[in-house]
Design a binder for this molecule. Structure first.
Ligand SMILES: C[S@@+](CC[C@H](N)C(=O)[O-])C[C@H]1O[C@@H](n2cnc3c(N)ncnc32)[C@H](O)[C@@H]1O
Length: 258
């Protein structure tokens, strides 16, 4: 991830207080055994343990570089966290071991998300809950004033994702995915969060930061000229007084039946 730890934290945790409020309503509370599927560098895992200090957490990611680094797991959280390098569709974990599992922004990468949801259900204890949050491309971007260069690159990013077996429209299918995986009592919620003029740059960065731009160019989904056009348009956009970016996140939560 690029940027200082504070910048990375701010970028990953856009809209997080609202998300946390929803997760608590879905049954997340202190003292639970937590599973963070597709944890990435552990920003959310660390945040969960900061807010729920009596919990323990296993963070799972398939990429070694995805797993938490020391700076990202500050304070006492470290002692309560275990890291596991594994794919979410085949967890080397025993059945009935967790109270609450979270899969945040990982289902969009999976060719077979139902398998991942089934596997999460297996390791949850009866009555345990799986919360999946992800983007829904039909909702996920509203930029004012319009920034067509960003919209174009986001479409290229969607195509890149699709070509690797992922789906950035997965947020719209979460209820069906959880039902198909055998979850009972599925609840859903859509969170909308909007930048202020002074945070608009951070929002844009989260959508199309230097790392994503480099990836698109290197994978052949954008030319250098298109990236340059975007950067020039972005610089202009950042000068507009009413600039705002709204983002949406779908969350679905299902219960493992007793
Ligand atoms: C966008 S990041 C999300 C990180 C974190 N959950 C968050 O909300 O900040 C997606 C993560 O999913 C991981 N991932 C993708 N496919 C996976 C799989 N099949 N099994 C485990 N992790 C996977 C990636 O390595 C990456 O770290």
């Amino acid at each position: 991830m690029s940027g200082t730890p504070d910048e990375r934290l701010a970028r990953v945790l856009l809209g997080w207080p609202e998300e946390m409020r929803v997760l608590r309503r879905f049954g997340l509370h202190d003292g639970q055994r937590l599973l963070d599927l597709g944890s990435g560098p552990g920003v959310v895992a660390a945040e969960l343990l900061r807010l729920l200090p009596g919990s323990t957490l296993v963070a799972v990611d398939s990429r070694a570089e995805g797993l938490p680094h020391v700076w990202e797991v500050p304070g006492p959280g470290v002692a309560h966290m275990a890291l596991l390098r594994a794919t979410v569709t085949r967890l080397p974990l025993r059945a009935d071991a967790f109270d609450f599992a979270l899969a945040r922004l990982v289902f969009q990468y999976l060719p077979r998300p139902v398998e991942a949801a089934r596997e999460a259900m297996r390791v949850l204890c009866p009555g345990g809950r799986l919360a999946v949050s992800d983007v829904d491309r039909t909702l996920s971007l509203a930029v004012n004033p319009a920034l067509p260069e960003l919209e174009m690159l986001m479409s290229r990013y969607d195509a890149w994702h699709r070509d690797r077996g992922g789906d950035r429209g997965v947020g719209a299918r979460l209820r069906d995915i959880l039902r198909e995986a055998g979850a009972g009592r599925v609840e859903t919620e859509t969170i909308r969060f909007e930048s202020r003029p002074e945070t608009a740059e951070l929002y844009l960065e989260a959508l199309m930061g230097p790392r994503r731009l480099r990836g698109l160019r290197e994978a052949g989904y954008a030319t250098q000229a298109e990236v340059d056009d975007f950067l020039a348009a972005r610089a202009q956009w950042l000068l507009s007084p009413g600039r705002a970016v709204s983002r949406y996140l779908r969350i679905a939560c299902g219960t493992k039946e007793r």
